[in-house]
Design a binder for this molecule. Structure first.
Ligand SMILES: *Cc1c(COP(=O)(O)O)cnc(C)c1O
Length: 429
């Protein structure tokens, strides 16, 4: 970017009193060896930084901004709600409206509880699964991200049947011992674990379309296999749709593929940019939560009126404009540009897309799990990222993130992006 004086000054100041200068690590741009920019203003598909640089944004605050930044309907709804009070700590009508809407839209959800982040949603769903089944073990997949829940910050151990090992300092080994970490799309590994440990497994949790290691698709039949396997062994199937919910389709990946999980975690889009998460599912399982049941879960700000107003306004607007069709058209146009650009440089890099979510992997290998994603050339990604940013297009500052298109992106934005990325690709070594 032309100048970054103000951002650089702010980052230097931030580092004095904020660890690493950021409130979430990816924002520090360590994966791209760059200095992060600070945002002054974001509207529609564009972000303006504090130095006045204007960027076409494909991060969309990591998913929530599906209508683009600060859409009028959402801002108005928040303004209106604020005049009635910022937080009550006791029930308000918007929570009921939100629960009705979620149960109406998301096929598997019969009851739902609101929380304040995706992390809280998965953490609570996992506790509930353990409480309901009376079992402790959870299976997760390498490359799936479920927030910073202790027992989910776990990497695969060595050997097929061993438990995971902590992937962060501060996670007790005893917690990691409750997590079995397997490669995505690997039916045999799952069969083996269930054959030996079946009656100690409370649940399988997964992003049904993993979008935190680039963008990875389940192979044909994989999700159905998980549904059948968990059913057979009395374990629960938890879909973490914090990223994909209300984005891949109105009812998420579960609607798209017609698979019914027992529990679902939601977040991001559901809050319209405010801090919101939710988890829900089968009524008989959800009824195990306090105050009806023995599984404790609570939140001072859960169901916050501003957050509910923002989320409701965003979801209603998505439906009103039939956003999913629009996002597919924009996504298809984006993909056309990428494929033409790749053809020009004679590369067959893997490009995955579903609707408005996409990832260009700097590897020609097909991608079906984390190990495949790791074959991407990170140095090439860094150069590509920097060149795009320099030319005014902001992609996520890591190879292992998904890009997002919003309904506020215009065809002109996407055509400009195709020109920018063509130049960036042409200049790669
Ligand atoms: C972002 C994300 C989370 C965590 O949500 P936070 O709101 O950041 O706590 C969990 N699961 C998935 C799939 C996510 O993409």
């Amino acid at each position: 970017m032309p100048t970054q004086n103000q951002s650089q000054a702010l980052f230097a100041r931030a580092k004095r009193h904020i660890p690493g200068g950021v409130n979430s690590p990816v924002r520090a741009f360590r994966n791209v060896d760059g200095d992060p920019f600070f945002v002054d203003h974001a509207k529609g598909s564009h972000i303006r930084d504090v130095d006045g640089n204007d960027l076409i944004d494909y991060v969309g605050t990591w998913g929530p901004a599906i209508l683009g930044h600060s859409p009028e309907v959402v801002v108005e709804a928040v303004r209106e709600a604020a005049l009635d009070g910022l937080s009550f700590g006791i029930s308000n009508p918007r929570e009921v409206e939100m629960a009705d809407l979620i149960c109406d839209w998301v096929p598997s959800v019969e009851k739902v509880r609101m929380v304040n982040s995706g992390t809280e949603a998965t953490m609570s769903a996992l506790r509930l699964a353990r409480g309901y089944t009376g079992r402790d073990q959870i299976i997760k997949f390498e490359g799936c991200y479920h927030g910073h829940v202790d027992s989910m910050l776990v990497a695969a151990g060595s050997g097929a049947l061993t438990h995971g090992k902590p992937d962060s300092a501060g996670v007790p080994k005893a917690f990691a011992d409750t997590t079995i970490c397997l490669p995505f799309n690997d039916c045999q590994a799952l069969e083996d674990v269930f054959t030996s440990n079946g009656d100690s497994i409370a649940a399988i949790i997964l992003e049904p379309i993993p979008a935190n290691a680039g963008l990875i698709f389940p192979q044909d039949g994989f999700l159905q296999f998980l549904r059948d396997l968990t059913q057979k062994h009395g374990a629960l199937l938890i879909f973490d749709e914090v990223m994909t919910g209300f984005r891949v389709a109105k009812g998420g990946v579960q609607e798209h593929f017609g698979i019914t999980p027992d529990l679902t975690a939601l977040g991001k889009v559901i809050g319209g940019g405010l801090p919101v998460g939710a988890f829900g599912g089968r009524a008989d399982i959800m009824d195990q939560l306090a105050p009806d049941g023995p599984v404790y879960q609570a939140g001072t700000l859960s169901g916050n009126p501003l957050a509910m107003a923002a989320g409701l306004a965003q979801l209603h607007e998505l439906e009103r404009i039939n956003a999913w069709e629009q996002l597919e058209q924009l996504g298809a146009l984006f993909e056309k540009g990428v494929r033409e650009n790749l053809a020009k440089i004679g590369k067959n890099y893997s490009f995955n897309r579903i609707g408005s979510m996409f990832c260009l992997f700097f590897t020609e290998d097909p991608i079906s799990n984390l190990d495949d994603a790791k074959t991407a050339d990170l140095d090439t990604f860094k150069k590509y990222f920097a060149s795009c940013l320099e030319q005014g297009v902001y992609f996520a500052p890591s190879q292992f993130e998904t890009g997002f298109i919003s309904t506020a992106h215009t065809e002109a934005d996407i055509n400009t992006t195709a020109e920018v990325t063509a130049k960036a690709l042409a200049n790669l070594p």
